[in-house]
Ligand binder design. Sequence first.
Ligand code: ARG
Ligand code: ZN
Length: 869
Amino acid sequence: TVTYLADYRAPEFLIEKTHLTFKLHEGYTDVNSQLTIVRNPHSTHADHLVLHGEQLELLSLAVDEHPLGAGDYQITPQNMTVHNVPEHFILQCKTRIYPEKNTALEGLYRSSGMYCTQCEAEGFRKITYYLDRPDVMSEFETVIIAEEGAFSTMLSNGNCLSDTVYAGKRIVHWHDPFKKPSYLFALVAGNLVCLEDHFSTQSGRQVLLQIYTEAKDSDKCHFAMRSLKKAMCWDEQTYGREYDLDRFMIVAVDDFNMGAMENKGLNIFNTSCVLAHPASTTDAAFQRVERVIGHEYFHNWSGNRITCRDWFQLSLKEGLTVYRDSEFSADTNSRAVKRIEDANVIRSVQFVEDAGPMAHPVRPDSYIEISNFYTVTIYEKGAEVVRMLANILGPEQYRRATDLYFSRFDGQAVTCDDFVQCMEAVSGKDLRQFCLWYSQAGTPQLHISDSYDAARQQYSLTVRQHTPATPGQTEKQALHIPLKIALYGSKGVLALVIDGQNKGTETVLDICQDQQTIIFEQVAENPVPSLLRGFSAPVKIFYAYQLAQLQQLILLDSDGFCRWDAMQSLMRIVLCNAIDGKDNHAEQIMLVDTLKQLLADHASMDVALLACMLDLPSEQYLASLYDKANPTAISQARTQLQQQLAIQLQPELLGCYQTLQDKIQGLSAPAMAARSLRNRALAYLLHINDARYRNLAQLQFAQANNMTDQFAALRALVHTEHAGSTAQEALQAFYQQWQHETLVVNMWFQVQVTRPWGNVLQAVHKLLNHAAFDARNPNKLRAVIAAFTNQNFASFHDRSGKAYQFLADQIADIDQRNPQMAARLLTPLTHWHQFIDEHAILMRKALESLSQCELSKDVYEVVSKSLMN
Ligand code: ARG
Ligand code: ZN
């Protein structure tokens, strides 16, 4: 069944107070709920109450202390209807659930002995009967009862009112003073240790900060704690947002479907997003921890104090919070690199989603299973939409608008429109056309052409916009697209004059029509346009750059994103020529020459930016440039170019590697940047069949004192076909050293299944039978199956189609236990339409075989939408 935004109705009943008692027993848990319910004064006059509830064993039910009999209520697999209820009453309900058997990791479940919850979006209904929708906000009290001595830690949201022992039972009582929807409820019980610290807020309140983990991970929480304090400070300074409870808790769990969850006062994290230690964690993982800690913390205001009216508004909290965490990262690390990373995700993942069967707007109109809509469109494109608003308003007005949003809607469940209205109210701008970004799916394309009139000293840019059709949306309207630009002349950046007005050296063109022309005056020479500076909108740009123009931008543009983007364009031209079998001589010379200059001059450059500029466009991105892509040709062209660049840039790469040697100690930004450039250089060099470079990697592997360098060396060895026994020995040594660190073992899995040579599917099968593999653990599934199908383009698209069928078979199996994970793993098969028939047919066949199985709602939605037409 499909849920539609257009069908939204306010709830018939509200739940003023929620009192829950959890009795934890080995094998089962009894949940007693006492709900104070009132009829919604703003709604119609239904006299029966319909609650959500799934997979619950009802033990008893009473209204105002009167036990209900069989005729008083009705139960279906999804709901319970209670007939003839009064205006105002207390519903008491006892249910039994089985956390030990919960392999879907939704609701209350056990992860290595520890009880924990994941309720967003609709998991609470697997705990007890409830109005499990975000516009029903309630004050929660939770009592947890367990055998005395069974658990050191028993947590729920808010403040702890009491912790007592009575008749051999430990009873812990929690109260959350802030009203919240059920999806923010959390409970944890286990034997955990805790790192504690304090934060004093800008108004001088003391907050207790706690990070709970299993004892073996107690040494890996310090970075997360530092990140948390940094995030709390940043949100006070940047948004004026202060934390509101006396206590903020984070719990790390091994088995978790997503990254983390912002439950009020009790965030639950995947261990991969909170644990970090220099010996066992890469720089990229450190940055991820910092970002996710920030993200979940920022949700306390953008998500919890102000939440979503319904799940169609998911981007209201996720888009805003991703924008906030992205700015937090940009402020703490390299802003240019962060912008490049974000743009890269949009281009190589979100644009691909837009081009596929699951394309949807930032605010979808319908869904079958909401879990399938925790997507890059809702999150990352949603964040780009907020970023565009922030840029349209400017920093001062944007801050006033968010202040207004937080005060106007505090304690409420609201919509994306409510957010935009705050932006309009403060700025006085008409944002009606801009709002199409929320409702219209698909990637806008900007086709840009220019002309120069030397006699008039005029330069004109003509911009045509077009958004291709997406499933269910054939007619697209023109969007309001902020296009930030600059013009470069032979001596550098030019002053911009439009309609006699001086615009400085950089300006934002408001592209609002299907086609419009902008004329720049007093332009003394034919300039090079620097387009979409800072990736000012999530759009595709088409402009026919000449090679020399790209080179000029790569070497001289002051905008880091545009430098990187120009390099990507140059690489793309070379790669596409190779894929299309066209002559490529001049282009290759230009590319090598440009890279030579950059590498030789690395001392004067932003090293982190230079490292990004060495990366070739991903195979997925290259495929998206074609109507029907040939995956084999794409992988081959890319591997060949890597080899050629390695050979031709050999002295420069080696030079970089050696001179940066003494800059790589510690966790400072320059050290991380130096490591990232060196390790890219090393990876290139290993493309050359030369024992010197293999020895270099072997030495780095053996001597590294941090995971970034150790793992980069391992990767370089395992990923080269020539390394033979050296790579095998390194793999073995790595496992020996790290077998007791699950997160590192996951990297060990991942590096093997992403190997770009040989029969990898065979290796995957072997690893699935490895003692350290566990098909019930999502991180393991991601490390083996998702890494293989998403990050090993060549092997996944093997001509035999065996990898396609392998994925379908795995999903059929995983779906029995964990539908959310199964649906997520399916993504690579949904893009069949991107590829030449030879592949598309085999991918469809795998999807069809899956459609013959008994499927969850989650997988059914993705499979059926993928097979339409
Ligand atoms: N709200 C969480 C976050 O973005 C993600 C929860 C995802 N849950 C799900 N069932 N897909 O931080
Ligand atoms: Zn979030």
